[in-house]
Design a protein. Sequence first.
Length: 477
Amino acid sequence: MKYHSTRGNAPILTFDEVLLAGLARDGGLYLPESWPSFSAKEIRSFAGMRYPDLAFHIVRPFVGDCIPEEDLKALIDDAYADFGHAAVAPLKQLDSDLWLMELFHGPTLAFKDFALQLLGRLFDYVLTRRGERVTIVGATSGDTGSAAIEACRDRSQIDIFILHPQGRVSEVQRRQMTTVQAANVYNIALDGTFDDCQDAVKAMFNDGAFRDRVSLSAVNSINWARIMAQIVYYFAAGVALGAPDRPIGFSVPTGNFGNVFAAYAAGRMGLPVSQLVVGSNRNDILTRFFETGSMDMLPVEASLSPSMDIQVSSNFERLLFDLLDQDGAAVAETLSSFRATGRFALAPERLQRAQRLFDGYRLDDETTLAEIARLQRETGEVIDPHSAIGIAAARVKRRADVPVMIAMATAHPAKFPDAVERACGIRPALPANLSDLYEREERLSTLPNDLNQLMSFVESNRWPSNQGAAVSSERSA
Ligand SMILES: *Cc1c(COP(=O)(O)O)cnc(C)c1O
């Protein structure tokens, strides 16, 4: 399997190269040159498979001969072994035609664990074979940081530094990051805002000498391997509810467009996906786009579903590539004018093509709270604000010819206890394996918003500077 860039002007890469590169050199995102595709008979045979076995079938063609099958199998088994539900991604029926897929049984209680648990292991495996190491640096406003830390903890070829704005993430979110006791994990509470954290990370990547000295890397949401891992649960949901013999619709609460793009990819691979509903909060740029064909950037506003407080959905570029008939130059031109003017529009016939599959729906905070309350009242299910948006969008937008709609539950309600309690009067409890989160010891370093101090902190703590006696034994594997 070979990968090309959405902007058509970067080297063609193999899977392991794409994994480590993240962003393409022309600024584009990598996609497989052709989609592996499964016959109806093969898809039928996926029904009832253990989740990691299904994952192996879906992932194998993307990895190609970069990783021997036995090793790939072991990495996948290990990635999903610690999920808190035997089904890994269980389904719940909410209504005669509406189901919920729970994607929050991973170690940090959000769907990002599905991709990052595998990504951390793939990184470590590929780096070990190449005899290389990386330093991962990232900024988080709360959710992504903990999933990245859990994915990279104790990996022998990785040091990870995550910056969060001091005092500006919730206590659950902070503790999920700072209570991880692993020698290669560094939490930095920056005296500044989330934008300051992001700017600092960007500045480190832009400093070529520093970047090379510490082998800087990232596990951000544009990494192809994250999308790849997310395709699996769409197949799992589809075959459980009648695919390939009956069409399936999905409703996905969306921010960077990565999760819903994985559903689209499952469709390209043979799953009969007949509708995709994109749920948004008041930051509704995608909903407006699917209604009008015009992408118009507005300022980001805070909402009760903070992981969707996004205006520029980086993974949308992957869909745009198809909508523009895989013309890399046209993608590059469209996005550079979007950067310059905050706006672009799609020709009507291309919009119609997108609308054949996609619908958008927005909920404000008020209606999000109402949906949490309604679902709790009618079914007893307590859901988080992101998942509520997906469910409400599924109800409103399901087309008459889509017999089964599956809404993706992207976070555990206990990650957003204040909003949930406000909506339905119930304060959701953390699952048993995290119930002592508030008693665990925290480890973090508070640093001023000063690039030089940040860079020297990274440089003096990363391998090999951190090879103390206690550490080296853990790292010898
Ligand atoms: C990241 C996240 C989203 C948005 O997912 P995208 O892949 O960026 O569209 C939705 N809900 C939750 C809980 C998240 O953490």
